[in-house]
Every structure is written in C-alpha cells, then in structure tokens.
Design a protein. Structure first.
Length: 459
C-alpha cells in the first residue's frame, strides 16, 4: 500500500485536500515494528506525530509522573502522540507494538504546520482529547505562572539591588562625613569662627539646597567653576576640592562670598570644611531617603501585584494595577529604548475583580507587547469609560499580528512566536480570566501596530 493511500485511509485526514496529502506523503517517514518493539517511552523520546497504518499499539500515558491511561490498545487506522507534542512533553507515556505494526512518523514542525493550515484537523484532535487538555492546560498555566514569577523575581531582584547597593555606599560615605563633622568644631574654635558666622553659613546652605534642587548637571558644573575660581582668588586652601562639594550642594558664589569674605583665609578654610561636610551629610541623608523610598515603592508594587493580604475579589483600580505591572516588569521596560505612553482616564471607576488574576492578564498583554517591539518601540496603555464598563487597551508599535493568525490568536497552544519562546497559552488564559469576570478580551481590527482591548464591568 502506498504512503498516499495510507494517509487517505486515516479518518483524521478525511477532509484534507489531495494537495496537502501529497505534501504530507513527502514529509512522513515509515517505520515497521516487530511484536513488543518500543516505539517511544522510557529513554526513547517521542519527537513525531504517529499515524498507525497497520497493526496495533499498546500505550500507557502519564501526567506529571502519574499514570492516567494504562494498557490501552490502538488499532489502525488511528493516530498517537498529539498531546505529548502539544504539551511539549508535559504528558509522557510508553507505546509498544502488539504484533507486527507499521507507522508513519510526521516531524514536530510539520505536525504544527498541519494544525495551522488545517483547522479541521486541529479541531478534531482538541475535541478528542478535551478532558486531558483541560488537565494539561491547568498544569501548563501553573508552569507559565511559575516561569513568569521567576522572571519577575529576577527583575525585581535587579531593581532592588540598585537602591540597596546605593544605600550601602551612601551609608559608608555618610559615616565618613559624620567623622568630619565631629572634627569640625575643634577646627572652627581654633580659627575663631563665631556662632553668628556659623548661623549665616547654615542659612546660606538651607537656601541653596531649596533653590538648587532639580538643576541640571551643566548648571552645577558652571557653579563649581565659578566657586573654584573665586575661592582660589581669595587664597582659600584646597579651593577646588571645596568648590566641588559646595557646588553639588547648590551653593553659588553669591551665597558663599558674604560668609567667607567676613573671616580670615585660615578661618575660611575651617568654615568651608564644615560647610562642605554639612552639605555632604545632607546629600547623604537625602540619598538614603530616596533609596528607602524606592525600595518601599518596589515592595508596595509586589504587594499590590500579588494582593496577598486582600480578599479574593475586591474593587480594583485598573490604573494602579497597570502601574504595579509596569513596576514588576521594570527590568524589561528598561531594556533598549522602550517608550511608555500612558493615556489614563482620571475619572475611571473601579471594577470588581480578583486582582491577582487581573494582574496576570495585564502581565501577559504587556509582556507580549514588549516581545513585539523587542526593546525598540512604544508601549501604549489606555484606560477609558464606556457606559457601564471600563476599557483597558495595551498596544505596541511592533509589526502586528499576521492576517492569517488573527482569527486564531486566542486558541490554546497557538503562538506567533518562535519555537521555544512561547507556549501559546498566555492569551488563552487571559481570555478565559476576562470572560470569567463578565468581560471581553479582543484583538482590535486593522493592520499594523497591535492593540488588545479588555472590557470589564464597572462597579
């Protein structure tokens, strides 16, 4: 019997065109099996879709190490191995020949091409194994969540490391500065600096910090140049070292001149030493405060994202949920030249939702958008009210979803990403979560940049 005839005899391929069958005939490889010969299992990995064309096969299937189907016999013509390929090996098993048998093996890539090009074949396979797929999807969803959490944890660790390392450096520098401040009173007393001059210097420092906040680096460099020249011209020792610290604190020549000009050069050195140490101490405290704020912000974002201390369902501010998602994905957003555009409705009502599930939806959509622009493009987040519903849109400036993939974008295991990059369950899971909240998730019409729209009932 010819290979083409074997394929035509398969009920699974009954609706496939002759042209497709001829192509399949050139893609499959034939294998004859002796009685009790192992086809796959144990140490032999299944790497192909199996079409049984003659004889019988005995199989046992296992899911996560637990046997779910033992001692089942398949008689030709039929097929095996679809679930193992679709689940990327999550379901495993063993298949042996019962008497002489003959099979046709279709490679994994050709099998997935068949599913993409022949929706009838895909529907038949999914319908036949629907109960098993339900179990597999649940386990795959858990795996995807664990993988996502692993990526988020790695990114969060990176984000936390920056302010933590900065705080450690700041604490060490502040300890050194406090030592200089402890020594300053002796030098000031020896130089004869009066309390009135000290009070005037402190007032100048307070005013400079208030005025100089937010200035750019160029303004600070100009200030340092002017200070160094003025102090050096007035014979102040170590003029340029002092100028750098004073300029960083925001002190211009106009603030320093009246204070320093009222004392002798020796006293000026002691006064400037104290002033510089005080400026460094204030800057160090401000830096530690900013590091602590950033760490607290990240911890709060994790708390908001996971909702570990909240009720299963609550009134959710979708804007805050989007922002906590962006914070959790900060390591991805900062890669390359990603521009984030926020178009939020300030009067948006809250939505009743299970917050952790909603965050999973937003994470999937944002990750897909970041994958689409690959570090160079625009991520757009929009929110608006539409009657009694809240609309959330996540868009990207990438190449868009191919026309032939748009109608299948929410199908389980379907992905437009490269092999090994996506599992094809993120959008399916998101679609079902949104639907479970009484809403809809759609891919907006039109070619070009991609936009997914989530519609949720408002409170």
């Amino acid at each position: 019997m010819s290979t083409l005839a074997d394929l035509r005899a398969q009920p699974l391929l009954a609706g496939v065109s002759d042209e497709r069958l001829a192509r399949l005939a050139g893609q499959v490889t034939e294998r004859a099996l002796a009685d009790d010969e192992l086809l796959y299992g144990d140490d032999v990995r299944l790497g192909a879709f199996v079409l049984l064309v003659e004889g019988r096969l005995s199989t046992a299937a296992a899911l996560d190490g637990q046997v779910i189907d033992a001692g089942f016999e398949h008689a030709a013509p039929t097929y095996l191995g679809a679930i193992q390929l679709l689940s990327d090996g999550l379901q495993t098993g063993v298949a042996r020949a019962v008497g002489p048998a003959r099979v046709l093996l279709l490679g994994a890539e050709d099998f997935f091409e068949l599913l993409r090009c022949e929706p009838g074949v895909a529907r038949t396979i999914i319908a036949r194994f629907a109960p098993v797929f339900a179990k597999l999807e649940g386990k795959r969803a858990e795996q995807e969540k664990l993988v996502a959490l692993g990526g988020l944890a790695a990114g969060l660790a990176h984000e936390l490391n920056n302010p933590a390392a900065s705080a450690a450096r700041g604490a060490a520098a502040l300890a050194e500065t406090l030592g200089a401040l402890e020594d300053a009173p002796r030098a000031l007393a020896a130089a004869g600096v009066t309390p009135d001059v000290l009070a005037e210097a402190r007032a100048a420092l307070d005013a400079a910090i208030a005025v100089g906040a937010g200035e750019d680096a160029l303004a600070a460099a100009d200030r340092e140049e002017a200070l160094g020249a003025w102090l050096d011209g007035h014979g102040v020792p170590d003029a340029w070292d002092a100028a750098a610290t004073l300029a960083e604190a925001g002190l211009p020549v106009e603030a320093v001149a009246p204070v320093v000009g009222a004392v002798e050069p020796a006293a000026a050195a002691a006064l400037l030493g104290w002033l510089a140490a005080a400026a460094r101490a204030r800057a160090g405290v401000a830096g530690l405060r900013e590091d602590a704020r950033r760490i607290s912000e990240l911890v709060q974002a994790v708390k908001d994202y996971s909702r570990l201390d909240r009720a299963p369902e609550e009134d959710v501010d979708v804007r805050a949920a989007l922002e906590s998602t962006l914070t959790m994905l900060g390591h991805r957003v900062k890669q390359g030249t990603v521009r984030v555009v926020r178009e939020y409705d300030a009067e948006l009502p809250r939505v009743p939702a299970r917050a952790s599930e909603l965050n999973q939806v937003f994470t999937n959509l944002v990750v897909n958008a970041l994958d689409a622009i690959d570090g160079d493009g625009t991520l757009t987040l929009r929110t608006r009210r539409d009657g009694d519903a809240v609309i959330v849109e996540v868009g990207d400036s990438g190449a868009g979803v191919p026309a032939d993939a748009r109608r299948r974008i929410f199908e389980p295991f379907f992905t437009t990403k490269a092999v090994g990059v996506g599992t094809g369950l993120g959008l399916d899971i998101s679609h079902r979560i949104v639907r479970g909240h009484g809403g809809t998730l759609v891919l907006c019409d039109g070619p070009g940049p991609t936009t997914f729209r989530v519609r949720l009932p408002a409170r």
